[in-house]
Design a protein around this ligand. Structure first.
Ligand SMILES: [Zn+2]
Length: 245
């Protein structure tokens, strides 16, 4: 069923999922910082609180994703993007507050992501900024949820809007934001590989796998043709049940 539903004009057995991806072409693979800098950037400095570190990176990622999406949001419409898609026909369903899955258009989904994230990072009981206020015990799981949702937005930008991003000259910024999220995830294992697999080919193209010493083996080995069949299934996102907000 997987192959039949895929929109593949080439009709080839292999490589079908990569030959139409503009974001994998050499000319657009630039980003603003060399990879070594990014790896150092996410390394927890000695003496710094882990939660504090996660908080600052999460907020930076949110700002960058918000910025890039904001520039192309006029192209992301209910008609053009009736589903929240990622590469490889991945579709993301939103979990509402009661944990019920809902199929929503991409701009709606992304609005939920941005609203949820903004609200959460502004909440002093979750992202404390004042002295003596402490991080909640659920802080790390909340960060995981935010990073996963921001990853979905990045995945949608690559899958559905990379051409616009590129025409606006923002592809290096998007690649950098993706690199930042990937470096952070590789260092602290924040999201599951079933989530990140949709952009594994880009990780490889940007040389993020070989150069990150954490999980470098699994990073490569996850690229297999059997896995492609699973891309059609909806992402099983535990958003609603994992974190009660
Ligand atoms: Zn869209």
């Amino acid at each position: 069923m997987g192959k039949a539903r895929r929109k593949d004009k080439e009709g080839g057995e292999s490589g079908a999922s990569t030959d139409s991806k503009l974001y994998l072409e050499a000319a657009v693979l630039e980003r603003k910082l060399p990879e070594l800098d990014m790896k150092l950037l996410v390394e927890l400095p000695a003496g710094l609180d882990y939660n504090e570190w996660l908080a600052s990176h999460t907020m930076a990622l949110f700002d960058h994703v918000n910025l890039v999406y904001g520039t192309i949001s006029e192209f992301c419409t209910i008609i053009g993007c009736p589903d929240m898609t990622g590469p490889g026909q991945r579709m993301y369903l939103w979990f509402d507050e009661k944990g019920k899955k809902t199929r929503v258009a991409a701009p709606q989904y992304i609005d939920y992501v941005m609203t949820f994230t903004q609200k959460t990072i502004s909440d002093e009981t979750i992202f404390p900024t004042k002295y003596a206020n402490e991080f909640p015990s659920s802080f790390e799981s909340i960060v995981r949820k935010i990073v996963r949702l921001l990853f979905h937005v990045i995945a949608h930008l690559y899958a559905a809007h990379f051409k616009e991003v590129w025409l606006l000259g923002l592809h290096a910024h998007l690649n950098l934001t993706f690199t930042h999220l990937t470096a952070l995830h590789n260092r602290f294992s924040l999201i599951e590989s079933k989530e990140t697999e949709v952009l594994r080919d880009l990780e490889i193209a940007l040389h993020l796998c070989e150069d990150m010493n954490h999980e470098s083996v699994s990073c490569i080995s996850n690229v297999d043709m059997e896995g492609k069949e699973n891309e059609l299934r909806s992402s099983t996102d535990e958003t609603g049940s994992e974190v009660k907000s």
